[in-house]
Design a protein around this ligand. Structure first.
Ligand SMILES: Cc1cc2nc3c(=O)[nH]c(=O)nc-3n(C[C@H](O)[C@H](O)[C@H](O)COP(=O)(O)O)c2cc1C
Length: 260
């Protein structure tokens, strides 16, 4: 098989790393690849922070729903959706003066600008993931970086138009992680449609989740009060405390971004 396809099809998240460090030239290649990712209007609406300070990593363990792998990962990149850089440049370029002359109000970044910047940052992140995999590293996203916006804002000196959208841990996989089977995916018939969106029927849901229900959850006790897989998942993920914190945190970030 084509090597790239083999790599993409063989990828899985890696959450435990060898103590071996990631050499500087490997770090550089990962970042170089990320910076080559497609970017809206070639604007590069993102920034990348390499988290080197061990004390900051330890803090992130706490603020990202207690995930110790963050402190143990030898290489950690934080991807920031960033409109601040362009907005600062507009200020320097005298855009406000120009707007006054034209009798129009200078606008500030809005919701669409934020989502576009998130697209850029996430595509750069995934490109870094693929580059890392190609050099034998394992990776894991940390979506919980969306929590505790106020703490992260202070920790990283983030201005108004910068939002931490994702973080990735990189490191060489332990033997156990390398041999762990890949988690299954839902069949494409439930995910990929032609031309129009399709809502699934009860029967299709039963087929879609049958492997998880019959195999993965065969010996797993459902959460307190849950009688089936859907109820269990609702309690464990959708209505979990970490999800509530994520939504609170994102609301605070959005307010900050859109209130000017
Ligand atoms: C946006 C995003 C956020 C994620 N956040 C976390 C996380 O905080 N902690 C974690 O252990 N895995 C996280 N993951 C990894 C997923 O759990 C993982 O991709 C999924 O279970 C499928 O497994 P696989 O990547 O091994 O195929 C995240 C993945 C994505 C794409």
């Amino acid at each position: 098989m084509n090597q790239t396809l083999e790599l993409l099809n063989g990828r899985k998240s890696v959450r435990a790393y060898e103590t071996k460090d990631v050499p500087q030239d490997v770090r550089d290649e990962i970042i170089k690849a990320a910076l080559r990712a497609p970017t809206a209007g070639n604007m590069m609406l993102y920034s990348i922070l390499e988290i080197k300070d061990q004390a900051i990593k330890e803090k992130l363990v706490e603020t990202c729903d207690n995930q110790p792998m963050i402190a143990k990962a030898p290489f950690v990149l934080l991807f920031l959706a960033d409109y601040q850089r362009w907005y600062d440049y507009y200020a320097i370029a005298g855009v406000e003066k120009m707007c006054t002359k034209k009798s129009v109000k200078m606008r500030t970044p809005e919701e669409g600008d934020l989502l576009l910047a998130c697209c850029d940052a996430l595509i750069a992140a995934q490109t870094a993931v693929v580059a890392a995999e190609a050099m034998g590293l394992g990776t894991c996203y940390i979506g919980d970086i969306l929590e505790n916006y106020e703490v992260h804002r202070e920790l990283f000196d983030l201005p108004d138009y910068v939002l931490p959208i994702t973080m990735v841990c990189f490191g060489y996989p332990t033997g156990q992680q390398a041999s762990r089977p890949q988690p299954p995916r839902y069949d494409s018939e439930f995910i990929v449609f032609e031309n129009k969106y399709k809502r699934l029927s009860e029967d299709e849901f039963a087929r879609m989740y049958s492997y998880r229900i019959n195999e993965i959850f065969k010996n797993v006790a459902f959460a307190d009060g849950a009688e089936n897989f859907g109820q269990h998942f609702y309690l464990k993920k959708f209505d979990a405390d970490f999800t509530k914190e994520m939504n609170r945190s994102v609301r605070a970030a959005l307010k900050n971004w859109t209130s000017k």
